[in-house]
Design a binder for this molecule. Structure first.
Ligand SMILES: Nc1ncnc2c1ncn2[C@@H]1O[C@H](COP(=O)(O)OP(=O)(O)OP(=O)(O)O)[C@@H](O)[C@H]1O
Ligand SMILES: O=P(O)(O)OC[C@@]1(O)O[C@H](CO)[C@@H](O)[C@@H]1O
Length: 312
């Protein structure tokens, strides 16, 4: 059985992570350390899956010098990539880590604008290559000018071919993507609130919102809630996973590690309870690492029992 995971990152980034002692808006902040990583949600998922020894292909759109930097970084890690080249320049996203508060401030560029022809070319290539995939992960913002229903189209194609999809997006791209009924969704709490234009006052409300999505035919909805952990809902079950204590170094990519762990669990036919545990362990370990550095399989396996899992 084919076990390759395709990750789609239409708007990737070179992530520049800097640390400052104490970030103060409106003042001069001296940088203490700096690192560059290949970034973008699908790319981060590919990094985790590659380190889990899963066959993975990172696809998407790249451009210019920064696009080459990104491809070089993937190559150095041994990650197979199939990116279409656009005009312009792949964006650089700045992540400022405050050493004292342990908070990360993110400044994400909009990204380069792919032409209509290039977007059509990507769709055609995606459709042709999908025959090799067993799971497709669609993650992150759409590049400026991309039709908001682009994820819906990508999910429609995958559904027609019987390939399971995991969607991690926000705003209108998420809302329209849901219409195509992806196999799984990983919204964070803010994305879920924005989707239903509400502020959740209780866990029951979060579960009810996730259930509405499951009732549309989505098999798994995994809601991540930062240090508060996550809630996994499927047709029969609801789980709450509470992470073990960590010192967060950079939470960038923590959600992507959860998505990667979900893909890993689906490939290995794990139960809903196991998915809740694995995804929580993966996200938590990545949150304890610097830059866009991600969890390893050994670290996740060693921490599984430290996740507090409750069936609700
Ligand atoms: N401060 C923290 N302490 C412990 N675990 C954390 C912390 N922050 C994040 N995590 C872990 O990471 C997971 C994902 O976090 P979050 O909900 O912030 O994801 P996200 O918003 O999708 O992140 P991103 O988009 O940056 O990848 C959480 O469910 C939790 O397991
Ligand atoms: O601007 P988007 O596409 O929503 O998010 C992009 C991004 O913030 O997401 C990843 C972390 O999840 C980073 O590697 C990257 O910079």
């Amino acid at each position: 059985m084919m076990k390759t995971v395709y990750t789609v990152t239409l708007n990737p980034a070179v992530d520049k992570t800097v640390t400052v002692e104490r970030f103060t808006a409106g003042e001069l902040n001296r940088i203490k350390t700096m690192r560059i990583d290949a970034g973008g949600k699908g790319i981060n998922v590919a990094k985790v899956l590659h380190s889990f020894s899963v066959s993975v292909v990172a696809c998407g759109i790249q451009a210019g010098h920064q696009g080459k930097v990104l491809l070089d970084k993937l190559q150095q890690k041994g990650i197979q990539s199939r990116f279409i080249e656009a005009e312009g320049e792949t964006r650089t996203n700045l992540k400022v880590v405050d050493e004292q508060s342990k908070q990360t401030t993110e400044l994400n560029e909009a990204g380069c604008i792919p032409s209509k022809e290039l977007l059509e070319q990507f769709l055609a290539r995606y459709e042709a290559e999908l025959d090799e995939a067993s799971i497709v992960v669609l993650g992150g913002s759409l590049p400026p000018g991309t039709p908001m229903d682009y994820y819906r189209r990508l999910i429609d194609i995958a559904n027609r071919k019987g390939v399971r999809t995991i969607l991690d997006a926000d705003g209108e791209a998420l809302a329209l993507g849901i219409e195509a009924v992806p196999f799984a969704l990983k919204p964070n709490i803010h994305e879920l609130e924005a989707l239903y234009e509400t502020k959740f006052e209780s866990e029951e409300q979060i579960i009810a919102a996730a259930r509405r999505l499951v009732n549309k035919g989505i098999s798994y909805v995994l809601v991540s809630m930062g240090s508060k952990g996550s809630i996994l809902v499927n047709e029969q079950e609801v789980y709450r996973a509470t992470p073990f204590p960590i010192t967060p170094l950079s939470t960038v990519g923590a959600g992507d590690s959860m998505v990667a762990a979900m893909a890993y669990c689906l490939l290995h036919q794990k139960t809903a309870g196991e998915i809740a545990r694995w995804t929580s362990a993966a996200g938590t370990i990545t949150a304890s690492k610097s830059g866009t550095d991600v969890c390893t399989l050994d670290q996740v396996e060693e921490s599984l029992e430290r996740v507090k899992l409750q069936r609700l």
